[in-house]
Design a protein around this ligand. Structure first.
Ligand SMILES: Cc1cc2nc3c(=O)[nH]c(=O)nc-3n(C[C@H](O)[C@H](O)[C@H](O)COP(=O)(O)O)c2cc1C
Length: 203
């Protein structure tokens, strides 16, 4: 169960009121030891399954494993050293991949990565509603993972993701990561820097 003494509180200074699920989400590196069940994973996959995608092609592909399983260890072995350093305690790991071409296998699906992002957006919000934290990772050896899990050439491994309940003990992390974990204020660019009611403006 989540140990409230370990619970890290974050401040999210929004410019406008947003849904509490979006506001409360953050990406921890220390997770509670409570395991995730196969059912939890299927609920998360189901949330992703109903994401919109270009032409309804659903180009996302997921490899998942619970801690203690062979698949988990194989995913772990594909992660960048930096991520292996903190991810050990995560109760579940998965890999997100995309099918890079359209149905006929010739034309590139230019929007596949966009659609995997939408899939993950659904997953992240569903997880948050269940008290499950999500930490996505670009730090994975893409080629190694592609080979390890038998993806054909027209697939591309994009990310790995760690899942676990909030409430992990930051002291299990290295000193610099502890500092990041305990930082209370979250930061984002102001809207004016990325959204334009007219022409693009350079930073
Ligand atoms: C596609 C993607 C790749 C990421 N890669 C890594 C990674 O390899 N290692 C890591 O520790 N965090 C990684 N992150 C986590 C981000 O650093 C984090 O989401 C960002 O700092 C914002 O913090 P927040 O999610 O707590 O709001 C990644 C996040 C995303 C969405």
């Amino acid at each position: 169960m989540a140990d409230t003494l370990n619970e890290v509180r974050k401040i999210t200074p929004t410019e406008y009121d947003i849904h509490p699920l979006i506001k409360s989400r953050w990406s921890p590196r220390a997770f509670d030891s409570k395991p995730l069940s196969e059912e939890d994973i299927h609920i998360l996959l189901e949330a992703g399954r109903w994401a919109p995608s270009s032409n309804n092609l659903q180009p996302w592909r997921i490899i998942w494993g619970l801690k203690g399983s062979d698949t988990y260890n194989r995913i772990f072995d594909c992660l960048a050293e930096f991520n292996q350093g903190w991810v050990e305690g995560a109760p579940a790991l998965w890999i997100g991949a995309i099918k890079t071409d359209m149905k006929e296998g010739k034309k590139e699906n230019f929007h596949a990565l966009h659609d995997l992002g939408l899939f993950m957006g659904n997953v992240v919000n569903q997880a948050e509603s269940m008290g499950i934290a999500v930490h996505q990772m670009a730090g994975i050896d893409f080629e190694k993972a592609k080979k390890e899990f038998g993806f054909p050439d027209n697939y591309h491994v994009a990310t790995a993701t760690a899942f676990g309940y909030y409430g992990g003990n930051p002291e299990t992390l290295s000193e610099d990561l502890q500092e990041e974990e305990l930082q209370t204020k979250r930061e984002r660019k102001p809207q004016a820097e990325f959204a334009f009611n007219g022409n693009f403006k350079k930073d």
